[in-house]
Design a protein around this ligand. Structure first.
Ligand code: GLU
Length: 336
């Protein structure tokens, strides 16, 4: 097994142990001598460890855990298979929060795609976070210069719980390419993609993700040279026209000095959003919302993908109703 895989497995193990070690309610210290209330623990579902969701979960939890005693609340972070997994985890009660692509939030709430005929009416939006691009990285030796060059190639379109899998399928269908017959589609986890490209197991991979991120840094730093492929043209324009959650997007190539591209990459994108369930208490959702907004300048320093964020952007791109606890904060500060 590759060293990088060992590292990923080790990280996952540490994470699982951390989370399971935290699952028992602990008695919070009480300064006034009153009976201590049980501290509450909540978990945010994120994505693969080399993406942006995982450090984003870490950034949110840091903001809240700085005030753990104020709220009697501790936030932990779990690495997961991505957006679809997170929606389903929130709805089953396995997760209290999850980071979810804006398109997946829309589909889950209105009952389309993975949730066809099963609208997730209890899904609630908290806020939007960073923009994500539908990103396609190809090995230079695989001769993939344009999107249609993917025909006949081995392409990781993402694991079934991921957000990118649906975006890749949308892009293929926009270009009239049959995912089942025209390409050799793989369903690897996002954290496996970079080493799979370097090892020659795949020719290219999709990842719907903020930039810069560890996955593409790793994939462009290896011996097998790689480049991003534009996803543009009339087919993509029509897709954006048809599906309101998609918008044009650009990947700044300065983020990846080792990629073979010489120009910024044109593609389309969505937004990362924080979601929860109507069943999660107003107090907990209020605490998380308040701490991220009140410490927004510090929050923004925690990942370069947040560089251009404005507070107002955090309320755009939400399809599910805003959770009452978040709304209470937005009304208090005049954002709603
Ligand atoms: N957008 C990806 C997904 O929903 C995850 C990206 C990330 O982990 O940063 O599966």
């Amino acid at each position: 097994m590759k060293r990088s895989m060992h590292l990923v497995l080790l990280l996952c193990l540490v994470l699982v142990l951390t989370i399971s070690g935290c699952s028992k309610p602990e008695q919070a210290a009480s300064s006034d001598g009153a009976a201590p209330a049980a501290r509450q623990f909540v978990t945010i579902g994120t994505g693969g460890v080399t993406g942006v969701y995982y450090p984003t979960g870490g950034a949110i939890s840091k903001m809240v855990n700085n005030q753990s005693d104020t709220y009697n609340l501790k936030v932990t972070v779990e690495s997961t298979g991505g957006s679809v997994y997170n929606v389903n985890g929130i709805m089953s009660g396995d997760l209290e929060f999850g980071i979810v692509q804006s398109d997946r939030q829309y589909q889950a709430y209105y009952g389309t795609d993975e949730w066809e005929g099963k609208p997730q009416e209890g899904l609630r939006a908290v806020f939007s976070i960073h923009p994500e691009s539908i990103s396609l990285l190809a090995a230079d030796d695989a001769q993939i210069e344009t999107f249609t060059d993917l025909i006949g190639k081995v392409v990781n379109i993402g694991n079934p719980g991921s957000g990118q899998r649906g975006n890749a399928i949308d892009a293929f269908s926009a270009f009239g390419i049959d995912v089942d017959n025209d390409i050799n589609a793989q369903g690897l986890q996002a954290a496996e993609s970079a080493s799979a490209l370097q090892d020659g197991q795949i020719d290219a991979y999709f990842y719907t993700v903020g930039h810069p991120n560890g996955s593409f840094k790793e994939a462009t730093a290896g011996a097998r040279k790689a480049h991003f492929v534009d996803i543009t043209g009339p087919a993509v324009d029509a897709l954006i026209e048809k599906l309101p959650f998609y918008a044009n997007s650009v990947i700044a190539i300065k983020d990846y000095p080792n990629a073979s591209n010489t120009q910024d990459v044109k593609t389309f994108g969505v937004k990362a959003t924080l979601c929860t369930s109507a069943a999660v208490s107003d107090e907990i959702v209020y605490a998380i919302t308040r701490e991220v907004f009140e410490n927004f300048e510090e929050f923004k320093t925690l990942h370069p993908a947040y560089a251009n964020l404005q507070k107002e952007d955090l309320l755009a791109g939400l399809s599910a109703p805003i959770h009452d606890g978040a709304m209470k904060y937005y009304q208090e500060v005049g954002l709603k």
